[in-house]
Design a binder for this molecule. Structure first.
Ligand SMILES: [Zn+2]
Length: 157
């Protein structure tokens, strides 16, 4: 397989990462507060869960993002990181997507060859933010261009 020469590109959402980190930090503090003040079994369990959720949000939240390189799209979401090879992608669309955020967001969605879809929540921007839609469109276009370059060069696509 010939790799098209393209520098890796990373898309992130500053707003999303900040919010996830802040919410995580608040949960962490609340959880720690419960653990320190409540020594009953339910108190310890609830405190541990709240602090644990906060820890995951605070640690992984700031690292969410989407990276495209010669292999494919590496999507680092809150829950896990997944590398989707270009060969598995059939098309890329942009638009409003409902991920884990309670607010509507703009991002790109991958249609995969196995018939499933994969929403790139890691680079979602709030629809309410200025230029959110055009930013999502620009990013989607960049990913489409790279996908097309891959297809031209790939024998197995
Ligand atoms: Zn391919």
């Amino acid at each position: 397989m010939i790799q098209p020469a393209a520098e890796p590109v990373t898309f992130r959402s500053l707003g999303q990462r900040s919010v996830l980190f802040l919410v995580g930090a608040i949960f962490g503090v609340i959880g720690a507060g419960i653990l320190v003040t409540d020594h009953s079994i339910p108190g310890i369990l609830i405190g541990a869960v709240v602090a644990g959720v906060g820890g995951v949000l605070a640690c992984r939240g700031p690292r969410t993002g989407v990276r495209a390189d010669s292999r494919g799209i590496a999507h680092r979401a809150l829950e896990r990181t997944r590398l989707i090879p270009w060969c598995q992608i059939s098309s890329i669309t942009t638009g409003q997507a409902n991920g884990s955020s309670p607010l509507p967001t703009d991002t790109a969605t991958l249609a995969l060859r196995d018939g499933s879809t994969h929403v790139l929540t890691g680079m979602a921007t709030s629809t309410l933010a200025r230029r959110s839609t055009s930013a999502a469109d620009d990013r989607g276009q960049e990913l489409r261009t790279r996908h097309a370059l891959h297809r031209e060069a790939c024998a197995s696509c």
